[in-house]
Design a protein around this ligand. Structure first.
Ligand code: ADP
Ligand code: MG
Length: 261
């Protein structure tokens, strides 16, 4: 059965999109069937892997609020993750449109993704940098959430809000939602700050923090301009090694869960 993972943190610039693209690719290179859902109106994840080159009639917006089925909005690519539901600026109005719905507005994405859930091993959702209805929809559709935390000043700021949003979604819409893991991003071993932030995050989240962490790596920021994932752009980079290691961790923990179930 497929697993839906939301990559969420309402802060911008913490590595959500970079993680969505490269974790999806890492899982795909390990033989998993992966769909990446771009759920940010900025459409960075779609652009970063070349899924927004031509204008699509069906994006995640039409899936969310129109009659379009999720499977009919899937764009096939030559490079992993191979299957993407793209987003563009149309999605920016979705929050307001959904606000008018009185019932069921939190479950719109969930209801659409359920239909294709079993066609994939993993569905990765790149969330927008806000805690509005789009985020609620992503968290309601997801089985679990990965929280990227940038190893910078104020890393933990805002996490309290995110965790209370997660709890609210668990209580009201999606009791099965779990925290898949906390991912340290843009780690720079040369700076005392990165090391301190890492210690603080591990102290707080304990074993929920991935052993794999993502170093600050220029190749990771360059790859999207070539419409490549880190694995095509520079497979020997530290960034590629880190995302490959994360993908293995994600697969291992899913297998452990499946064995328990
Ligand atoms: P978010 O989706 O949370 O806003 P992004 O993934 O878009 O964050 O990352 C923000 C910026 O930082 C982008 O320009 C991206 O290329 C860059 N970036 C992300 N992760 C890394 C990293 N590990 N090393 C260097 N640059 C990174
Ligand atoms: Mg982003």
């Amino acid at each position: 059965m497929g697993k839906i993972i939301a990559i969420a943190n309402q802060k911008g610039g913490v590595g959500k999109t970079t993680t969505s693209i490269n974790l999806s690719a890492g899982l795909a290179y390990l033989g998993k069937k992966v769909l990446m859902v771009d759920f940010d109106p900025q459409g960075n994840a779609s652009q970063g892997i070349g899924a927004n080159k031509k204008k699509h009639d069906s994006t995640v917006y039409e899936v969310l609020l129109g009659d379009i089925k999720a499977k009919d909005a899937v764009v096939k690519l030559k490079i992993p993750p191979c299957a993407v539901i793209p987003a563009n600026i149309n999605l920016a109005g979705a929050d307001l449109e959904m606000a008018e719905f009185k019932v069921g507005r939190e479950k719109l994405l969930r209801n659409k993704l359920i239909e294709i859930k079993d066609d994939y091993d993993f569905i990765i959702i790149d969330c927008p940098p806000s805690l509005g209805l789009l985020n609620t929809n992503a968290l309601t559709a997801a089985d679990s959430v990965i929280i990227p935390v940038q190893c910078e000043y104020y890393a933990l700021e805002g996490l309290t809000q995110l965790l209370s949003t997660i709890r609210l979604v668990q209580r009201l819409f999606n009791p099965a939602l779990t925290i898949e893991g906390v991912l340290l991003t843009m780690f720079d071993a040369r700076t005392k700050l990165s090391v301190e932030v890492q210690q603080e995050v591990r102290k707080y989240f304990k074993e929920r923090v991935y052993k794999s962490y993502i170093p600050r790596n220029i190749k990771l920021s360059e790859a999207p301009s070539r419409e490549q994932t880190i694995f095509e752009y520079e497979v020997r980079s530290e960034g590629a090694k880190a995302y490959a290691s994360l993908a293995k961790e994600v697969i291992n923990s899913s297998q452990k869960e499946a064995a328990k179930a």
